[in-house]
Design a protein around this ligand. Structure first.
Ligand code: 8DG
Ligand code: CA
Ligand code: CA
Length: 336
């Protein structure tokens, strides 16, 4: 997941969103209080979707996901132009270093803290101690500057075309979706989330699963045309790596994930990887209320003992909403 994102493209509360996002990052990276981190993220998302400027904490408190404590912080920021809590957090050079290091792809809060505890606080120092890093983290460092750059929608469209043409030329039975923020119609994206399936591949093919070359062959083709530039990891079901437009070396390198899934699980996967993750959380919680369990693989009914049954047959995203008794939401309406 990318670690910083603007809640909306034209956001009249962007300073407040940045503030809340910084607090969320502090709770996630430093105190490891995921509950609080989520609360700040939700508040930031709410403010990011408002079409007007918030004028006070009291006004903010009326909005979904904003309670007393966050409202007070909003008030302090609106009246004084800063937040003392954040000023104090940002005085601590270890906090600053942990936040910096977690921006390297592959470095999480625990690894960042470990590095900072051993005295590594800058990217330059990290380069000097590359031996402490995994293959993924080394690539994260190598491409640090490029991975921080957002991908404009026009470029996403070009990259989609390259991916589609290359895969379908190899085998036109593949089914391909670009998910994530791109599918939610955002004007820019952090990375490229590709989901593929093939009619020959279903979840009953248990043995086939680890031997399937359906993903490997696709990755080979994309490498051959000079699109895939580096590999972070490659298994039978998931590729993580680096790509760039094959005909334009002036472009930044981009993070690319490709997942293969069985065709009977395709729409649950498309729903999941379209997100947003806050939307997924809400939808999953709603499913549980309706005695269903929903994840990236399947939608299953729960018995009164809470045991999940067989997967519901799902042949579209619409079917998932329908089975749960929900109105269909288009991808661009899922941008919580
Ligand atoms: P971005 O890349 O433009 O920053 O946004 P994104 O496309 O929405 O986010 P992403 O990090 O690439 O994740 C893609 C989708 O995967 C996301 O929209 C919803 C789903 N997803 C979750 N939880 C998680 C998670 O913990 N990690 C990842 N990688 N994906 C997740 O719902
Ligand atoms: Ca993405
Ligand atoms: Ca992603």
């Amino acid at each position: 997941m990318s670690k910083r994102k603007a809640p909306s493209d034209d956001n009249c509360n962007s300073d407040l969103c940045d503030l809340l996002t910084e607090l969320a990052n502090y709770e996630r990276n430093i105190t490891k209080n995921i509950y609080k981190a989520n609360a700040y993220r939700k508040a930031a998302s709410t403010l990011g979707h408002l079409s007007h400027r918030v004028k006070s904490g009291d006004e903010a408190k009326e909005l979904p996901g904003i309670g007393e404590k966050i409202a007070k912080k909003i008030d302090e920021f609106l009246t004084t132009g800063k937040l003392q809590k954040l000023e104090n957090i940002n005085k601590d050079e270890n906090n600053i270093a942990i936040n910096l290091l977690t921006r390297v792809s592959g470095i999480g809060p625990a690894k960042a803290k470990e590095l900072v505890d051993s005295g590594i606080k800058t990217l330059e120092e990290l380069y000097l101690h590359e031996n402490l890093l995994t293959h993924h983290q080394k690539l994260g460092l190598k491409y640090f500057a490029d991975f921080e750059k957002k991908i404009p929608r026009v470029e996403m469209e070009e990259l989609e075309q390259i991916i589609r043409e290359t895969i379908l030329k190899y085998d036109d039975k593949y089914i391909i979706s670009l998910c994530g923020s791109y599918r939610r119609a955002k004007s820019e994206s952090g990375d490229i989330d590709v989901l593929i399936t093939h009619p020959s591949f279903t979840s009953s093919d248990k043995e086939l699963k680890k031997d399937t070359k359906l993903l490997n062959n696709v990755v080979d083709r994309l490498r051959e045309i000079g699109f895939i530039k580096d590999t972070i990891s490659l298994g039978p079901m998931k590729f993580m790596g680096v790509c760039r437009h094959p005909k334009d070396e002036s472009r930044p390198f981009r993070r690319l994930d490709i997942r293969l899934c069985p065709c009977d699980q395709y729409y649950c996967a498309v729903l999941y990887f379209t997100g947003s993750d806050l939307f997924n959380q809400n939808m999953r919680a709603y499913a549980l209320e309706k005695k269903f369990t929903l994840n990236e693989y399947s939608l299953r009914r729960l018995t009164s003992e809470g045991v999940s049954g067989e997967p519901e047959p799902v042949d579209s995203e619409e079917a998932i909403f329908r089975i749960l008794g929900l109105d269909y939401k288009k991808p661009e309406e899922r941008d919580l």
